[in-house]
Design a protein around this ligand. Structure first.
Ligand SMILES: *Cc1c(COP(=O)(O)O)cnc(C)c1O
Length: 301
């Protein structure tokens, strides 16, 4: 399927302040938050080849999963509307079916024409169970189930383009790419380009990501090395702390780059903590990937 939108390479922006200078490190931000107004950041990278692989002759109808604030649901709803491909969203938490509980993300999805179906957390936990998926697929007449976060093997080539763009812009390979991790699909894509990745878990107990990321990578290929940081989750997925919000505000004021509290705020919070602890040898070049998600930024942050 031809995609009606094909964003230009996102900018690579140098960021320098007292912390990076003291660490003697060159920091760049890959501004994937600027890729597309609605299918932003890593969701565009991950969905690109999956959407291209759809054949209009099959009358595709996509079913996917997400929470009430999911950037993936948001992106897939927008992409589906643009491509005139119907979409169904299975939403975690029956309480969100109540109009008073509708989040701005869910409202947007509904306005884009996504059919929303609310399930209990217990049902949602079965989202990887083949029998449950089969049942959902037939109930909703879906031609394809897109896993949570849009993370499939088709996500990897899209994410690799981020690496190719960055290295063309920079003229060389940075020592590290730093990225926030939810399902780990973005980290896996960067690794599959052979680069070294620092992944910052947005969830509590993020150790499981190491295995998930490994499973996404094609076997017997030469991939980069992963360092996973699991201590910067601030209480868990979707949770935040006063320190995190204060950090975000300071970063935004200093650099004019907006962050949000679910993913990119935790990434930069963790990265700056490592910079301050002297984790990186002086002279290192780091590229932090701004994966977007600004629609989920806390109002009034
Ligand atoms: C979904 C999302 C992530 C997590 O990406 P994964 O590939 O699932 O690890 C990171 N940042 C933002 C802004 C996101 O929306």
């Amino acid at each position: 399927m031809d995609l009606p939108f094909c964003p230009k390479p996102s900018p690579l922006q140098a960021v320098s302040d007292a912390v990076t200078e003291r660490a003697g490190v060159q920091l760049f931000v890959k501004r994937d938050d600027l890729l597309h107004p609605t299918v932003s950041g890593n969701k565009w990278r991950k969905l690109k080849y999956l959407l291209q692989s759809l054949d209009p002759a099959d009358s595709p109808r996509l079913l996917t999963f997400g929470g009430a604030h999911s950037n993936h649901l948001y992106a897939l709803a927008a992409a589906g509307a643009a491509l005139q491909v119907p979409t169904v969203g299975i939403v975690r938490g029956e309480e969100y079916a109540h109009p008073a509980r509708e989040t701005s993300t869910l409202r947007f999805c509904r306005e884009q024409g996504m059919e929303l179906h609310f399930v209990s957390r217990e049902h949602y936990r079965q989202r990887h169970d083949p029998a449950y998926l089969q049942q959902l697929q037939s109930t909703f007449r879906a031609t394809l189930v897109v896993p949570e976060g849009g993370t499939t093997s088709l996500a990897l080539p899209g994410v690799r383009e981020l690496v190719q763009e960055t290295e063309a812009q920079l003229g060389y390979r940075p020592i590290y790419y730093a990225v926030a991790a939810g399902t780990g699909g973005t980290a896996a894509g960067i690794l599959s380009a052979g680069a070294q990745v620092l992944a910052f878990s947005a969830l509590k107990g993020g150790h499981f990501l190491e295995k998930e990321i490994e499973e996404l990578l094609p076997p017997e290929t030469c991939v980069g090395t992963l360092q996973l940081f699991t201590e910067y989750h601030q209480g868990g997925y979707g949770r935040h702390s006063p320190q995190l919000l204060a950090f975000i505000q300071k970063f935004e004021q200093e650099h004019g780059i907006l962050l949000e509290q679910v993913y990119t705020g935790k990434l930069f919070f963790g990265l700056y903590d490592l910079l301050q602890k002297g984790y990186f040898p002086a002279g290192s070049t780091l590229v932090a990937v701004h994966t977007g998600g600004l629609q989920g930024r806390l109002p009034g942050l």
